[in-house]
Design a protein. Structure first.
Lengths: 265, 474, 331
């Protein structure tokens, strides 16, 4: 009896370890090929998940529902992976802006959904290798194509009608995916506009701004004069006002305030 | 007479006096009396910040290269290797990375600049709310307002020198504002910039000379005049025991005030130095170089120009046309008209106060507490709140980013606030002044006044001592 | 008023107390005081603090030479200055005698002397009959000389307003990217956003070059069926590829945002170019009209054509003046 129990515990632990190991593998930059190579079991699993979690907006065969969600035919594993890994999908309110949150599905479920959506054709998950890119080239391209919305240090911003997210959590793979999709209102860039090498460079630059050197000290957000002005007023001016108070205030003896007379004059 | 070591100090003074005749002046200076209130130190904070700026600025000017000729960057900063940048930008990176203490000097200089304008602003508020601008100090007040305008201009010129992405965008907007002056804008802006923006390399040289020589010389000269006038007239003071319009009560220059003022100098030096070492400011290597064809989201000017970016953003897209030409382009309203009206009101304040607000043409050397002149305080609060609303509107995009309400809606909200908030500020300030005056109690400092009690013999005791009232006096 | 009357009035006012401000009526108090004597601990404390100052200062010197780390340098020097401030303030508040002194304010105005100034000035022109004529002549001379002194400012600029209207774009000029490679129409995919420059446009001094405001254009591609261009621009956007000046018509910032919804059925706003400075928003489908923001003029559009090699080329000059408005613009 005890041996059987121990065997079951070992089995469960092993299964957990296996899924955990698989999850870590997925989260790294190593890519998986396009969905056409995915086992049909995975696609079927994805289909079932899709029907329960996505079809209410995207339709039962992912053909899209006008006014609610676009068709997913031809968007590829690339798009599905991006939206699911960044938690942008599923989106409770079709009119709201999809924003990054923690993923709603486990890694294995994401794999299944990606396989299903990829089965409709479209680009596969890209291979992005920041170490193969050039940091300076990435800075140049980021300034030209991305900084207008995301700020030059990737701290996010706005465009009229939408929030532009910060890039502090973007993995290299997600950078490569977003650039090809153009999620929400973001423009997209084809192979002729940004080659794979250039995407590597962009990812390398984005990695560098996720680990800033901040040679000058406390970075205070790296968005420029707004936090600088706040520090100047709330820290420096406040400190100097305090010092001025200490210097200038002289104690003056004031008599205690007398009680008010009962009758008004 | 024995000439001992004890006579040496006198000998030293005699040495100078026999040549320059300064002993009488030194005596006068040592006896000079400064009234003691803490709010009188705000101008000194500005003064000592200026000294810090000159010291750190001199160091920086020894290394900076004011040349916007494009070059290929081959310096320490890897993310820009091989990129096209200007010599000015490259020299700024050189100062930041390769010159010992260079980054410290840059950061101290920039923090001191922000504190400089903040101190002038606080000082201006004190002057306005206590009525210190009244005769005979109105001329000195005009000099002070001019110093504020020059300080803002000097700061803008300074942070635009490195030709980085953020400040370059600011210069483009400044050029557009210059262009927007009716009729003369085109020739004026092209003359200043040496052509259409970004202009010729001569513009950077002009900006450098303006920032390093012309403006500091004018500011320094005006500060000297400002101080000389104060010393001639003696500083104003708050009413209190023994303080009258015709005397000055306070601490003599030697030893008390000199030591305290030097202590303030050391503190005003210490704060930007500590911040310059510990808190990053204007990290131009992170912004990258400026090119007219790139831009970054969230580009902002330094805080003292935030009211202008707010005005430019809030202004509806109105342009006035005449005779088939654009007479008043849009940037004029936010960039010239709005600050012109604000500074115009500041310059007109002594006259407005004499004629309409206080209706008082006399000389005043005693200050008023803000509550003692509710109408002036309320009007000043209304003007301040107008500027504050426009200032807040200038960073509405980060509000949208942080809190999620739409940007277009925020613009309309701030336009409405621009009209409504000054009225509320006026009413609230008036009310608060009336309450304070009635209660005679300061919310923080408690009650201040004298207790006069009629004693049994029919006379009056003030603060516990018998006093005599001359019945001929009123 | 004659001097005698003035003296009498002043005397009366002085005796009746009317010269003082309305605040008077409180008892006359002499606020002068002087306290001497420093506690022993204060003297030693100031000495101690003062002796710490050179320690911090020497630390700064050592760091400067050995390891000029910005944070440590700032801490060392800042500490030295802060300690000096402490010592000075302690000395000023506790060591030296605390005094309150009273000084008379100097009378500034001297009406007699002011009158004498005018009288003396009048004596200086005694005997001259044509005073007004001389004064006017001097005024004219001054104005003329001022003009002569001021006019060198005009040397600052080329004074050529042509510069403000010139762009390097002509019919047939190819569009190239920042590194000079010609832009192929096939590379521009729908919903994309690229920056282009005129090929071979010359240096900045010749009115061209990448840094010139007239050069950079934004190239975007939209679904041709959604275009709403004016009739005379019907052929300006081959295959739905559009080009607009990248310089905002409000205040000359680079228009570096392109908003284009992936899912038009859920997103109410259409494709637009947006400027990051004051968020002027330009509709790309109808020729660059201002949808939101303070820009007063639509964005100039560059007509495009695709040559036989598939390279994008300009089909003519810009539709309007580039950059912010000024008097010389035709409205």
């Amino acid at each position: 009896m005890r041996r059987r129990l121990m065997m079951m515990v070992a089995l469960v632990c092993g299964a957990l370890a296996l899924t955990d190991f698989a999850a870590h593998r997925d989260a790294s930059a190593t890519p998986s090929p396009t969905s056409t190579a995915a086992p049909s079991g995975l696609v079927a699993q994805g289909h079932a998940l899709f029907d329960s979690s996505c079809a209410s907006c995207h339709g039962l065969s992912a053909q899209g529902i006008s006014g609610r969600a676009p068709s997913l035919h031809g968007v590829g594993a690339l798009a599905a992976d991006f939206y699911l890994q960044t938690g942008r999908m599923p989106l409770p309110n079709p009119k709201a802006q999809p924003l990054r949150t923690s993923p709603a599905f486990s890694q294995s479920k994401i794999k299944a959904l990606v396989a299903y959506v990829g089965s409709f054709g479209g680009p596969g998950i890209p291979t992005v290798q920041p170490s193969r890119g050039s940091l300076a080239e990435g800075q140049r391209l980021f300034g030209l194509d991305c900084a207008g919305c995301h700020t030059i240090q990737g701290q996010g911003g706005i465009v009229t009608g939408a929030i532009v997210p910060a890039l502090n959590q973007a993995t290299p793979r997600q950078v490569g995916e977003a650039v090809r999709i153009g999620p929400y209102v973001m423009p997209r860039f084809g192979e002729g506009e940004l080659t794979d090498t250039e995407v590597n460079s962009l990812a390398r630059y984005i990695q560098s701004i996720q680990h800033p050197d901040n040679l000058g000290g406390w970075g205070i957000g790296r968005i420029g004069p707004i936090p600088e002005g706040m520090v100047a007023w709330l820290l420096a001016a406040a400190a100097l006002l305090l010092i001025a108070r200490l210097l200038g205030e002289r104690t003056s003896e004031q008599p205690e305030r007398p009680p008010r007379p009962e009758s008004s004059a | 007479m024995n000439h001992t070591a004890k006579d040496r100090p006198v000998d030293a003074v005699a040495f100078v006096d026999e040549r320059l005749g300064v002993a009488r002046g030194m005596r006068w200076l040592m006896d000079y009396v400064f009234p003691d209130h803490w709010s009188f130190l705000l101008g000194e904070i500005a003064l000592y910040s200026f000294v810090m700026l000159v010291l750190t600025g001199t160091f920086l000017a020894l290394f900076f290269d004011p040349d916007t000729t494009q070059t290929v960057y081959h310096g320490s900063y890897q993310a820009l290797q091989g990129q096209s940048v200007s010599d000015a930008y490259a020299s700024t990176l050189h100062i930041s990375f390769d010159v010992s203490g260079g980054l410290l000097a840059r950061q101290v200089h920039h923090w001191a600049a922000l504190v400089f304008v903040a101190a002038i602003t606080l000082h201006l508020l004190r002057i306005v709310f206590t009525g210190a601008f009244r005769k005979p100090r109105d001329i000195n007040y005009f000099i002070g307002v001019t110093l504020l305008a020059l300080a803002i201009l000097e700061g803008f010129a300074g942070y635009s020198l490195p030709d980085d992405l953020l400040s370059g965008m600011g210069l483009a907007i400044a050029w557009a504002v210059a262009m927007s002056l009716p009729l003369i804008g085109g020739p004026f802006a092209t003359a200043l910039w040496g052509g259409r923006f970004p202009g010729s390399t001569a513009f950077e040289s002009r900006l450098f000379i303006a920032h390093v020589f012309l403006l500091p010389a004018i500011i320094g000269g005006l500060i000297a005049v400002h101080l000389a006038i104060i010393m001639r007239q003696r500083h104003s003071q708050f009413p209190g025991p023994g303080r009258r319009e015709d005397n000055v009560v306070g601490t003599p220059m030697w030893p008390g005030y000199a030591l305290r003022s030097l202590g303030l100098f050391a503190a005003v030096a210490a704060v930007p130095v500590l911040m310059g070492g510990l808190i990053q400011i204007n990290p131009v290597w992170l912004w990258g170089p400026y090119h007219p064809y790139i831009g970054t989201n969230g580009a902002q000017p330094d805080w003292y120009l935030g009211w202008l970016i707010g005005a430019l953003r809030l202004m509806p897209n109105l342009e006035i046309h005449a005779f088939g030409h654009t007479l008043v382009p849009n940037p004029f309203f936010g960039g010239v008209l709005f600050p012109g009206i604000v500074f115009g009101l500041l310059y007109a304040l002594p006259w407005l106060d004499r004629r309409f607000i206080s209706r008082d043409y006399r000389r005043h050397d005693l200050l008023e507490r803000p509550r003692d002149n509710p109408r002036r305080s309320a009007l000043a609060a209304a003007l301040l709140s107008t500027v504050a609303v426009v200032f807040a509107a200038g960073s509405a995009d980060r509000l949208f980013f942080q809190f999620g309400f739409g940007y277009e809606g925020a613009v309309w909200f701030f336009r409405g606030a621009f009209l409504v908030v000054p009225v509320i500020a006026y009413a609230v300030t008036k009310r608060v002044c009336a309450e304070l005056a009635r209660e005679q109690a300061h919310p923080l400092r408690g009650w201040s006044g004298h207790v006069v009690i009629r004693n049994h013999s029919g006379g009056f005791d003030a603060d516990g001592e018998a006093i005599e009232l001359d019945t001929a006096e009123r | 008023m004659s001097r005698a009357w003035k003296a009498i009035v002043m005397f009366v006012l002085w005796r009746t107390g009317g010269l003082r401000s309305h605040r008077q009526g409180q008892p006359e108090v002499d606020p002068s005081e002087r306290h001497t004597g420093a506690p022993a601990w204060a003297e030693l404390l100031v000495v101690a603090v003062l002796l710490l100052v050179p320690v911090a200062a020497l630390a700064f010197v050592a760091l400067f030479v050995l390891d000029p780390n910005t944070q440590l340098l700032g801490l060392a020097l800042g500490a030295a200055l802060a300690l000096l401030a402490c010592a000075l303030v302690l000395a000023g508040r506790w060591l030296v005698p605390q005094e309150t002194k009273v000084e008379q304010r100097p009378r500034l105005a001297d009406p007699d002397a002011a009158r004498e100034v005018i009288e003396q000035a009048a004596e200086g022109v005694e005997g001259i009959t044509r005073r007004r004529l001389l004064a006017s002549a001097a005024g004219v001379a001054g104005a003329g000389l001022t003009a002569a002194v001021v006019i060198p400012v005009a040397a600052l600029g080329p004074g050529l307003e042509e510069q403000l209207r010139r762009t390097p774009w002509r019919a047939g000029r190819a569009l190239v990217d920042e590194q000079g490679n010609p832009m192929l129409a096939a590379d521009i995919i729908e919903r994309s956003f690229q920056t282009a420059f005129p090929q071979g446009a010359g240096t900045a001094a010749e009115g061209g070059g990448q840094e010139d405001l007239g050069s950079p254009v934004v190239v975007v591609r939209v679904d041709p069926a959604t275009l709403r261009l004016p009739a005379e621009r019907a052929d300006w956007a081959p295959q739905g590829i559009l080009a607009y000046s990248k310089i905002c018509t409000h205040a000359a910032c680079a228009i570096s945002l392109f908003r284009d919804p992936l899912s038009p059925s859920t997103e109410s706003k259409g494709p637009a170019l947006v400027c990051p400075c004051h968020y002027s928003t330009f509709d790309v489908l109808d020729g660059g009209s201002v949808e939101f923001g303070p820009a007063g003029r639509p964005l100039p559009q560059l007509p495009l054509t695709i040559d036989s090699a598939g390279v994008l080329r300009a089909a003519g000059p810009m539709s309007g003046p580039v950059g912010p408005s000024w008097w010389g613009d035709p409205s």
